[in-house]
Write a protein that binds this ligand. Structure first.
Ligand code: 5GP
Length: 209
């Protein structure tokens, strides 16, 4: 693995992806309440903060120039452009936490996830899907953080992202009102007791049609 030295005491790296509206944020909030063995890698982004988002908690909000400077200095473990903004994972925090034996969660989109898969084959890739396209549209609409145009773009991107689900090690369905169940699924993946969701493949197929 480039840039990281692995030892048996190291934590594991988990990549969690899911389209806008998959509810991955809520699932991860539930996971962090359930377990102290996971920490969240705060990404850098050029996207402006949404109402209520905090610097250093939700993201490190940076200018495009600052972001490019971080890339050029080799400070990013991965990065990608998503709906017109840059997003990336600062390398240092991840390396430090893994070395301490913490499991680290990267909540990132599919292009970044594919970079991690190539660089760090030991990483566990988890794709979170909503139960249906209708539910996805409803969640995005109810969230109300995007303009109609941005929402349309996120919906289109969501369908493209779902095509990448087959590249992931695990597919978790985040059914409405069951985000704690999805969080427990991640815990089960981590301790090797996860039982596959029998409906996941069919749900993904329905998105493609
Ligand atoms: P949002 O604007 O909704 O916060 O995030 C948009 C997308 O960017 C989400 O799919 C989110 O997971 C992804 N994202 C957040 N941080 C990173 C990152 O560091 N790297 C990559 N590749 N994607 C990220």
């Amino acid at each position: 693995m480039r840039g990281f030295r692995m030892s048996s005491k190291m934590g594991k790296l988990f990549v969690v992806s899911g389209s806008s509206g998959s509810g991955k944020g809520t699932v991860l909030d539930a996971l962090f309440k359930m377990s102290d063995n996971f920490c969240y890698s705060v990404s850098a982004t050029t996207r402006p903060p949404r109402a209520g988002e905090k610097e250093g908690v939700d993201y490190f909000f940076v200018s495009r120039e600052q972001f490019i400077d971080m890339i050029e200095k080799g400070e990013m473990l991965e990065y990608a452009e998503f709906c017109g903004n840059l997003y990336g994972t600062p390398k240092k925090f991840v390396a430090e936490q893994l070395a301490k034996g913490m499991n680290v969660i990267l909540e990132i989109e599919v292009c970044g996830a594919m970079q991690i898969k190539e660089k760090i084959p030991d990483a566990v890739l988890i794709f979170i899907t909503p139960p249906s396209f209708e539910e996805l549209k409803k969640r995005l609409h109810d969230r109300g953080t995007e303009t109609d145009e941005a929402m349309e773009e996120r919906l289109k991107t969501a369908l493209t992202e779902i095509k990448f689900a087959k590249e992931y090690d695990y597919i978790i369905v985040n059914r409405t009102g069951e985000s704690e169940k999805a969080a427990r699924d991640i815990l089960a993946i981590a301790d090797g007791t996860y039982v596959k969701d029998a409906q996941a493949q069919e749900i993904l197929r329905n998105f493609m049609n």
